[in-house]
Ligand binder design. Structure first.
Ligand code: ADP
Length: 661
């Protein structure tokens, strides 16, 4: 095996690769962009190397800089992980030229499968049929329109160079085709520098099934069975499992057979995945594409087969044979993976940014967590929003589902909003346990769109109680609830008495909570409505609600759903409201988290109402924050390059006059 490996990636996959290397005593070199200087993968590796500024194009996508780092550290191999340069045949070639082992397939395999158009032709030749469609080189609008007509609507236009669900357009009828084609071509050109498209019959009830393949340099190819990745949002996977449930053995045979046949046809010599699409109810799986790399969802295959796929990848990269016969690979039980992303599933999966204030992985039997973050990790706008993958294994699918559901309830990522409660609700949904999964799952399971349960009165009381009890704990010094008598703290009710708080949920209106302490039990009323919550002083939770207090911020965790509140004593809230009443109407604040790309003003400058003050970039969206009214710039709290949270105060403007009210 190799003596040292440079990992040309970040986040969970870099950490996961380092773990296997460590198991074999392989020296690891991490690379990082500026935003990742303190990242988990950098701390885990033996050595590390900064490869440039935070944007991926200037760091993780720079094959030249990465090769220089590899040579400088004397690393024997490069593992590209997934995404970034993982399917970059030029880096593979560069490795060969520099005597470095590329931990992936040969450049020719990457090229063969790199474009959807060419890979479909190769597959077809190997007897592996793609979705009925048009994969031709004639890209004229007339020809494409004619072909779409022949295929029959609805059709899907796909960018030949596309990936990650990008560059796809559904066209419902002939009238809409020309415009959609135009758009798709422009999008493909901008995103991938290749405007070629292909057309596919739109499968109405698609199941996404894929086969894990491994080949070596000695002509051996084996499969590690299939995964079902049908639960998707915006054509991206959310929950994946192995093996596929409710799949006919005869269809499974076809999948496995065809995947091996294609891999053999191209002399595949590493780890890879052959993706298929199957119309639920049909028995003919169609080839979609082949990914010539390690896949995000590889852990479900590892858990059911017992193989470490990164180990195999390292082994075959260094020229060793697989040393495995197909019979030696068996499926044991069932495994399911959930992708935990910093995103808002109730607002079209808008990414969230911020600092992770608390991070706790589930410690449960049969549960594995692959993560690239930890406490104090910053979620920045530069990279994708996946924070961690939680994977559960069980003797049956039902056991794996229950374990993963529990894991979703136990995982704690506080400070940045994630899709954790959404994942929990997917796993708890009756059609997840019963039905045949299709890519329509999310829209059918949540026809109105998924919404988290809104914070109720009990949550507001719990939030106030959390702050009150935290106050007691701090004051008492010793064990949590000792020596209660005989001290008084502002904002905390006396041993017996009542105290009022302002409790403000994120994105919600504040409520007044009255806490009453009697006989060492806290009870509460919200805007004068009584609640049934009773919190004994010696507890650090209220029934099924756990909490964590960070200053005036309270995180409540109820079965995997996190709610964030700001809690202040009523007196404090009133005083602060009076102070801010006049000022706030003229301040410039960030409406959503993002990156400040430009500050257009200087202190002392006069500005008119509506004048652009700050330019922000939030997840590829560029927008200007404008002056809410005429005035003079008083203070600037941000600079170009800053990452800011939602509602952050960016620029204070002294109004030049106050409108009479
Ligand atoms: P990408 O390379 O961008 O991931 P894929 O071709 O692998 O694109 O497709 C991604 C997803 O899009 C699939 O998993 C499936 O959900 C959906 N999809 C792709 N092709 C079709 C099709 N012909 N009909 C319906 N859905 C499709």
């Amino acid at each position: 095996m190799l003596e040292s490996v440079l990992i040309a990636n970040r986040g969970e996959i870099a950490c996961r690769i380092i773990r296997t290397c460590q198991r074999f005593g392989i020296r690891t070199v991490a690379v990082f962009a500026e935003a990742d200087a303190d990242a988990r993968h950098v701390r885990m590796a033996d050595e590390s190397h900064c490869i440039g500024p935070s944007p991926a194009a200037e760091s993780y996508l720079r094959a030249d800089t990465i090769m220089d780092a590899c040579l400088a550290h004397g690393a024997a191999g490069i593992h590209p992980g997934y995404g970034f340069l993982s399917e970059n045949d030029q880096l593979a070639q560069r490795c060969a030229q520099n005597g470095v082992t590329w931990i992936g397939p040969s450049a020719s395999c990457i090229q063969a499968m790199g474009s959807k158009i060419e890979s479909k032709a190769i597959a077809e030749e190997a007897g592996v049929a793609g979705v009925p469609g048009y994969y031709g080189e004639d890209q004229s609008a007339e020809r494409l329109q004619r072909e779409a007509q022949r295929i029959g609507f609805p059709v899907l236009i796909k960018a030949s160079a596309g990936g990650g669900g990008k560059g796809m357009r559904l066209v419902e009828d002939a009238a809409a085709f020309a415009d959609a084609l135009d758009f798709a071509k422009r999008e493909a050109k901008a995103a991938f520098g290749d405007e070629r498209v292909l057309l596919e019959k739109y499968i109405e009830h698609p199941r996404h099934l894929e086969v894990q393949i491994a080949g070596d340099h000695h002509g051996n190819v084996v499969h590690f069975f299939e995964r079902d990745c049908s639960i998707q949002r915006n054509y991206q996977k959310v929950v994946e499992e192995a093996p596929a449930a409710n799949l006919d053995d005869s269809v499974r045979e076809k999948l496995l057979d065809r995947a091996v046949r294609l891999a053999e046809a191209i002399g595949y010599d590493s780890l890879g995945t052959v993706e298929f699409i199957l119309d639920a109810g049909d028995t003919e799986p169609y080839f979609l594409e082949m990914n010539t790399r390690l896949q995000v969802e590889h852990p479900v295959t590892e858990l059911v087969t017992g193989f470490d796929l990164v180990e195999l990848q390292l082994q075959v990269a260094s020229g060793e044979p697989l040393g495995l016969t197909q019979d030696a690979i068996r499926v044991n039980g069932s495994a399911i993976e959930a992708r935990v992303n910093a995103e808002d599933p109730s607002a079209d999966y808008r990414p969230n940014l911020g600092l992770i204030a608390r991070y706790r992985e589930p410690q449960l039997e049969g549960v594995r967590t692959d993560s690239g973050v930890g406490e104090q990790s910053e979620v920045t706008p530069y990279y994708d929003s996946m924070l961690a993958k939680v994977i559960a294994h069980g003797s049956s699918r039902a056991v794996a589902t229950r374990r993963l559901t529990r894991a979703m309830e136990h995982l704690q990522i506080l400070g940045v909003d994630t899709n954790q409660a959404f994942l929990r609700d997917i796993l708890r949904h009756p059609s997840f346990s019963d039905g045949v999964l299709t890519t329509r799952f999310i829209s059918e399971a949540f026809p109105e769109g998924w919404q988290p349960e809104p914070p109720d009165d009990r949550a507001a009381v719990a939030a106030a109680a959390a702050v009150a009890l935290e106050g007691y704990r701090r004051q008492s010094g010793v064990g949590p609830w000792r020596r209660l008598a005989g001290f008084r703290v502002a904002a905390v009710p006396a041993r017996a008495g009542r105290s009022r708080y302002e409790v403000r949920p994120t994105d919600g209106d504040p409520v007044a909570v009255d806490l009453v302490l009697e006989n060492d039990v806290l009870t509460g009323r919200v805007d004068d409505r009584p609640t049934d919550l009773r919190i004994p002083l010696q507890r650090n939770a209220a029934g099924e609600i756990d909490w964590w207090v960070d200053g005036d911020r309270v995180y409540l965790i109820k079965q995997g759903r996190t709610m964030t509140f700001t809690v202040r004593s009523w007196v404090e809230a009133m005083a602060s409201a009076a102070r801010h009443e006049t000022a706030s109407a003229s301040d410039v604040t960030s409406s959503i988290p993002g990156l400040v790309t430009d500050v257009h003003v200087e202190v002392g400058q006069t500005v008119s109402k509506g004048e652009p003050i700050v330019a922000m970039d939030a997840m590829k969206l560029v927008f200007e924050l404008k002056a809410p009214q005429e005035g003079t710039v008083k203070t600037i709290h941000c600079a170009s390059g800053d990452t800011v949270g939602a509602h952050a105060l960016l620029v204070e403007i002294e109004p030049s006059f106050t409108e009479a009210s």
